[in-house]
Design a protein around this ligand. Structure first.
Ligand code: KG4
Ligand code: ZN
Length: 342
């Protein structure tokens, strides 16, 4: 069977076609980064408008690249939430329109279910159950996953998400949006021990995260050490090594907390498999440290190929495949903005 996946929860308009759960026939991702970059973050209204412009060409390209016609699609899987309401509505309304005209059943998929299953788009596939970290621009959560559609939330961030911290710190040191890839790249040239930024462990054994403190620490450090020649214009001084040291030290602190808390959850639940997902799991240092420390503790660590870490519709199509019995031809479905803890 053919599944058409549609994703528009934030600033990527994406569509993909999967044949069952094994063959990805197309995967189109149209990112809006260039539009939002000058504002230093995603502007919801601009995002919705750009989705409206892109949704048809992106879905059309996915169908064409798959080498099939719309009439051959058996089920449409569309992100229902969490995310930006206006952005989600574009994807869902488009899915409903195709469904209505072509009489193809559609199913609303939780964006988290997509990230949690994205690891199966790679070659190395884990077995259930597993403990999964979803670290992205909007979420830093740890889940217990017992099947493609059954998962429960163990811990979450109490303030900023990990990706949000990367993006905010990048803004503080003048690296632009999105910050994750820029900080990841610069960190390779820096010393992770240079600045001892605080790790927020919260109460002993807590599976929750907090990343707003480290952002403030970086801001204070930058001010005290006159890292920016012009604080207002966020112009970095001509000292790439200093910026690289700040990046590497910040990244190390975030990675340390993400890894330790995820591995502790696995050990506490006596689960031997750990999965990484979400945009931040594209971070090379996070991938490396999770694998190393997981291995030391006798755990097996799995992660999606880089292209499936950030938002995409292949993961939505795959999650939709496993929920295909919920697909319907009724049109009262609404979107939701916040995470639904199952
Ligand atoms: O999963 P995603 O595409 O969107 C959400 O669902 O939020 O994640 C985007 C986030 C951004 O905050 C971005 O800075 C971060 O993932 N990110 C990274 C890297 N690549 C993307 N963070 C750290 N290192 C990276 N290499
Ligand atoms: Zn995401």
């Amino acid at each position: 069977m053919y599944i058409l996946g549609i994703e528009s929860s934030c600033d990527e308009t994406a569509a993909a076609v999967m044949e069952n759960d094994s063959r990805l026939l197309s995967n189109i991702v149209n990112t809006q980064i260039d539009i939002h970059r000058k504002y230093g973050g995603v502007v919801p209204e601009l995002a919705s408008r750009k989705h409206l412009e892109d949704i048809y060409p992106v879905v059309d390209a996915a169908i064409q690249e798959a080498g099939i016609t719309l009439d051959q699609i058996d089920t449409i899987a569309v992100t229902q939430g969490p995310g930006l309401i206006g952005s989600l509505l574009v994807g869902l309304s488009f899915a409903k329109a195709i469904s209505l005209v072509k009489k193809i059943p559609y199913v609303g998929v939780d964006h988290m279910a997509g990230h949690l299953i994205s690891v199966f788009l790679g070659h190395k596939k884990p077995e259930f159950p597993y403990i999964a970290l979803v670290a992205s621009g909007g979420h830093s959560s740890i889940f217990h996953v017992s099947s493609p559609s059954a998962y429960s939330l163990l811990g979450r961030t109490r303030d900023d998400a990990a990706g949000e911290a990367f993006d905010k710190v990048a803004k503080i040191i003048g690296l632009g949006y999105p910050g994750g890839p820029a900080i990841g790249a610069l960190s390779k040239k820096g010393n992770p021990e240079a600045v001892k930024f605080p790790r927020s462990w919260l109460e002993p054994g807590s599976p929750d995260f907090s990343f707003s403190g480290i952002k403030t620490s970086v801001a204070n450090y930058v001010k005290q050490n006159k890292v920016l020649s012009d604080q207002e214009a966020r112009q970095p001084v001509d000292q790439e090594s200093l910026i690289a040291d700040i990046c590497a030290s910040f990244q190390e602190a975030v990675v340390d907390v993400l890894v330790e808390k995820t591995l502790t959850c696995a050990l506490q639940k006596n689960i031997k498999t750990v999965v990484l997902s979400g945009g931040v799991s594209a971070n090379i240092r996070l991938r490396q440290v999770m694998e190393e420390r997981g291995h030391q503790k006798g755990l097996e660590v799995f992660m999606p190929p880089l292209e499936f870490c950030t938002d995409n519709a292949a993961m939505i199509a795959l999650a939709g495949y496993y929920q295909r019995d919920k697909a319907s031809l009724t049109y009262d479905m609404d979107v939701y903005s916040r995470i639904s803890a199952q």
